[in-house]
Design a protein around this ligand. Structure first.
Ligand SMILES: [Zn+2]
Length: 93
């Protein structure tokens, strides 16, 4: 799996210190050099890593392990919808 560029949506979340992969709102700071700093999502189940360099678009270093691709998220949503479809609607007296 290749590392995608950070999307505008992901960048907006990162600027608010929110992990775009899992929604956690804390990051650990890693090594920094000059204006750039490596951060890792503080959610141990996620650990997505990014390089944030001042006003420039952040770079993704590693995907969080909870990250879903949009395709996967859609599949999951469809699967959940299917589960609910299996239930009959029951009238309570
Ligand atoms: Zn995360």
């Amino acid at each position: 799996m290749s590392i995608d560029d950070v999307t505008k949506k992901e960048e907006a979340l990162l600027r608010k210190s929110i992990c775009p992969d899992c929604g956690y709102d804390k990051f650990r700071e890693g090594p920094c050099g000059g204006a750039s700093v490596n951060v890792m999502c503080a959610n141990d189940k996620c650990k997505a890593r990014f390089n944030i360099c001042g006003p420039f678009t952040p770079q993704r270093l590693e995907y969080g392990s909870m990250r879903k691709t949009e395709e996967q998220a859609e599949k999951d949503a469809a699967a959940t919808a299917n589960q609910f479809d299996r239930f009959d609607i029951i009238d309570f007296d």
